[in-house]
Design a protein around this ligand. Sequence first.
Ligand code: GLY
Length: 343
Amino acid sequence: MVGRWIANAEVAKLGQRRWDEVPVLSGSQVQILPSAPYFFQLLVNILDNVSIIRCLLSCLPRANGYVACSFGLCMMGEEWGHRKRARAVVRGVSSNFDQAISSYFGTHTPDPVSAREAHADYVAALREQGVEIVSLPGLDEYPDCTFVEDAAVVVADFAVIPVMGHPTREGEQVAIQELLGKDLGLIQMPEGATMDGGDVVFFDDCFLLGKSTRTNAAGIAFFEQVVGDLGYGTMTLEVPDSTLHLTTVCSSPKPGMLVAAEGHLTPEQLAPLANNGVEILWVPNEEAYAANLIGFENGVVIISADYPITKRIIEDAGFTTRSVDMAHIRAADGSLTCCSIFY
Ligand code: GLY
């Protein structure tokens, strides 16, 4: 990952602190801060092509467990600090789950009783990882309400409340907004723009945004403006007709790594990330559903049960897996990340 140069306003914030206030960062990425003088940025861009110099840069001194940060340069590694895993909002399965929208991975009428059992196991898996669960009751009038990911996107200390992209789901946000508003600032998306949170993959200093049947150009433009003001970058990907949301076929088990589904996303689409040192694990098309997973800093990754190739790929990459049987959630086009909002 050495030599991944990304302008990063969040790092710039760190750079404005004293050296010894910069949090411990492992690994050896080097990033240039937007606050660096222009001539320095030019110099660093030239040095970027000289691997030996990059290695020297990666050896910049660390003191007292903190990373040296000066002249616009900051050592970066696997930075979990941006990912929120302390608490998760989840919501019970609607008694009308059998009417949930099901057009993609969903292959049969969703069963509310079995889905409740699966959801309970899902919540247990989150608790095992130390996540505090904030549970909202399921709503009879919203068959898809369990898929809370779509109803709010947490960005730093704010929650963006989108205009959801399917008319039957508009209104699910109300209780979630009230709940998140106790701890986070709320940013309401304007009418005309639409977005489902399922089209947002948070990638530490960047948000990957899916343009889909649920998320329109105005929704993306609004979100870009919001997160840009907060110091985050964005990258937009066209979500193919074969899938509902971006998160359906793409997720991130840890900083610097993405999992993506063959046959849905393409290497060309992700090339800008791969060229910047992001490691991409591809799962085969027949297991595309399993590309949606949830990673934790301790190396545990929650995966969907019964996708053996993906399980092996994830374990070969050094993770410990915890499987959850998602078959009855999948029946309504829901995946692991769909069922929680971390904050
Ligand atoms: N069933 C999830 C959705 O269509 O939004």
